[in-house]
Ligand binder design. Structure first.
Ligand SMILES: NC(=O)c1ccc[n+]([C@@H]2O[C@H](COP(=O)([O-])OP(=O)(O)OC[C@H]3O[C@@H](n4cnc5c(N)ncnc54)[C@H](O)[C@@H]3O)[C@@H](O)[C@H]2O)c1
Length: 304
């Protein structure tokens, strides 16, 4: 457990960042950097012991200033909308690549020892073998995924050149409270939960037999804390190590809510992978990570 540290969470008003800030605020000094692009002030309303900076990670000078006297950076801030990265790749690269470089440069200038980066399973593209280890071939399918891959390389280089401990956590499908449901590209669990609770039909793109590895945000927070305290650098998968099809997920969610959902199947979306499953051998062995929240338990928290 981290105690007495000066911590920055970029993207700390977002879904995952707000959970990291909330977990670390007691016992540490936590500063959140967020421009509220997709994040919400209400996400951090419950966290009393932090400082909020409405700042943009593309603002190099401001970021260098805000990172003074910081021990650890959790870098969650990003454009997370993959379709936007296809429509406007310059925007995506500016926020996700240049923004990340600004965070790394500010870390170097301010002699920060630990940076934990929100990487993504999207770097793998279509799986050629399952479960996917960190050695699985990389085949990004969107500018967003290309950017995440580039940032992993920058993290590695800053470790090699300057000795900063940089950890890249390749999140699989993260879910939990506060995940937004108001975009068709939000997390599927938040969208399904919203529709089921409002008596609407559930829309599935494809036959619903595509699988995903859903990891609870609390487990993602644990992985971040373990990474920051490990003294290691490297790349780690963060998933649950289990997969479920979307049809199976709908059945589980409907069972919790005790209702019979209407499911509408639409044409498969371009770029959607058929299966996804994390191999957690490396993170378990090197960071001592063990996912604790079973999907059904996590869904109850989201649904009830
Ligand atoms: N949710 C998932 O399943 C998932 C999977 C893989 C990777 N990730 C990564 O995890 C991180 C957090 O994602 P999330 O799901 O919490 O999304 P989110 O949209 O809730 O959080 C992203 C945060 O970054 C902030 N932000 C965006 N542009 C910014 C800028 N220019 N300056 C400062 N802040 C900025 C947003 O306002 C938001 O609060 C992201 O880096 C994302 O790419 C998420």
């Amino acid at each position: 457990m981290l105690k007495g540290k000066n911590i920055i969470v970029t993207g700390g008003a977002g879904f995952i960042g707000s959970h990291i800030a909330e977990a670390l605020a007691p016992g540490n000094s936590v500063k959140i950097i967020d421009n509220l692009y997709t994040g919400l002030k209400s996400n951090i309303g419950s966290v009393k012991e932090f400082e909020f900076c409405n700042a943009d990670i593309t603002d190099r000078e401001r970021i260098a200033k805000e990172l003074r006297e910081i021990d650890i950076v959790f870098h969650e801030g990003a454009n997370v909308r993959i379709p936007d990265s296809i429509k406007n790749p310059q925007f995506d690269a500016t926020v996700n690549i240049i923004g990340t470089l600004n965070v790394l440069e500010a870390s170097r200038i301010n002699d920060i020892q630990n940076v934990v980066f929100a990487a993504s399973t999207s770097v793998y593209g279509d799986p050629v073998e399952l479960p996917m280890t960190e050695g699985h071939p990389l085949n990004p399918k969107s500018p967003y995924a290309v950017g995440k891959r580039a940032c992993e390389d920058y993290m590695k280089i800053y470790n090699e050149l300057y000795g900063i401990k940089t950890v890249c956590l390749r999140y699989f499908n993260v879910y939990g409270p506060r995940q937004r449901a108001d975009s068709p590209y939000s997390g599927v669990i938040s969208i399904f939960a919203d529709r089921l609770k409002n008596g609407k039909e559930v829309i599935v793109y494809g036959d619903g037999e595509q699988s995903r590895d859903f990891v609870n945000v609390k487990d993602v927070v644990t992985a971040n804390i373990l990474a920051a305290g490990s003294g290691r650098s490297g790349i780690y998968n963060v998933g649950s190590g289990t997969e479920i099809t979307l049809n199976g997920l709908i059945k589980m969610m409907a069972g919790i809510l005790k209702l019979k959902p209407e499911v509408v199947y639409r044409k498969k979306r371009q770029g959607d992978v058929r299966r996804s499953l994390a191999d957690l051998t490396k993170i378990k062995k090197e960071l001592g990570f063990e996912p604790e929240i079973r999907l059904e338990e996590g869904l109850r928290e989201v649904l009830l």
